[in-house]
Design a protein around this ligand. Structure first.
Ligand code: GRG
Length: 301
């Protein structure tokens, strides 16, 4: 029987959607005064609106290489997705990207208001750490602590939030190629890296295997960003500021702006090759991760 990756991705995403639905349902307390319904509704709007669920699926597949218990991995994967959703809710705010639509629907601040969107993002972020601290994630508190600390670092000043700040500052200053690579590894790469690394940590894989999955995540993180930038340029070529390395529309630094589409495509081919080499020792067990890497490089949107 041939392996249907698209079907597999859809059913893994559905599994995450169902688990996220449960988690957010359980946030609604009986007393409106302690659990404001409007905030829960805004959190649901930001988290249950049809994302691809790439990060949780990467975590589940990394953990599956080492036979982890899905009952532990799914909540950890949901925690990561909640952080991703929070970042999108805040990124869409007028003070940042000022977007009206996300995943084809009104952004949280459009459907509610700015203050509610800020609070919904805050509550999604903090809920993620509540989940990671729960015994369901792992019986060993040292594993939960490690997952929690690494998640804080991936999302915080040395990771996504720091990368977003550097990106915002790029509107006012020229970036070198090395600087753009660094800020993108922080802004988008850190959560993708964490997805793969945390799967291996949760499964208590050997340090060598944790390192391999970490490197795989780093490569996937860079490939994801390059593919995203290429999609933007293909959608509106005038957005490419070759001379400045900036996406002219958003004023943000991009590698495709600096290197040009052709070199970017060549780098993507090389990255996919590197990613596949890292998966070789896992043979057939890594077929979904292999397909995911290919999907990230060639995805249509
Ligand atoms: C606000 C702290 C803070 C950080 C925001 C991730 C981020 C940092 C901003 C998003 C800006 C953006 C559109 C970056 C391009 C890469 C990216 C993260 C795309 C969205 O991720 P997907 O494609 O989205 O996985 P879905 O909707 O499928 O979850």
């Amino acid at each position: 029987m041939t392996f249907d990756f698209v079907q597999h991705l859809a059913s893994a995403a559905k599994r995450i959607d169902t688990a996220l639905e449960d988690i957010l349902h359980n946030q609604a307390g009986e007393m409106e005064i302690t659990r404001p319904a409007r905030l829960i509704a805004a959190m649901r709007h930001g988290a249950l609106n049809g994302g691809k669920r790439l990060r949780p699926v990467l975590m589940m597949e990394s953990a599956a290489l080492f036979d982890a218990d899905p009952g532990q991995v799914v909540p950890a994967a949901c925690a990561l997705e909640l952080i991703h959703c929070y970042s999108l809710v805040h990124d869409d705010l007028p003070a940042m990207d000022d977007d009206d639509l996300r995943r084809g629907q009104p952004t949280v601040h459009k459907a509610f208001d700015d203050a509610t969107a800020i609070l919904a993002g805050d509550a999604l972020l903090t809920l993620a750490f509540d989940i990671i601290a729960d015994e369901k994630i792992h019986q060993d508190p040292a594993v939960r602590l490690r997952l929690s600390r690494e998640l804080a670092r991936a999302a915080g000043i040395g990771g996504m939030a720091g990368g977003q700040m550097l990106d915002l500052e790029s509107e006012h200053r020229q970036r070198t190629e090395a600087e753009i690579r660094q800020l993108q590894a922080m802004k988008t790469g850190a959560l993708l890296r964490y997805a793969c690394r945390a799967g291996a940590i949760l499964a208590q894989a050997s340090p060598e295997d944790v390192d391999s999955l970490t490197r795989f995540g780093e490569i996937i993180g860079l490939a994801f960003q390059l593919a995203d930038d290429l999609l933007d340029v293909e959608a509106s070529p005038e957005a490419m500021g070759k001379a400045t390395g900036k996406d002219a529309e958003a004023g943000k630094a991009t590698l495709v702006g600096l290197l040009g589409p052709e070199k970017t495509r060549q780098e993507l081919v090389q990255l996919l090759d590197d990613a596949n080499k890292l998966l070789e020792p896992f043979g057939e067990r890594a077929r979904v991760l292999r397909a995911l890497a290919g999907f990230i490089v060639t995805r249509p949107s």
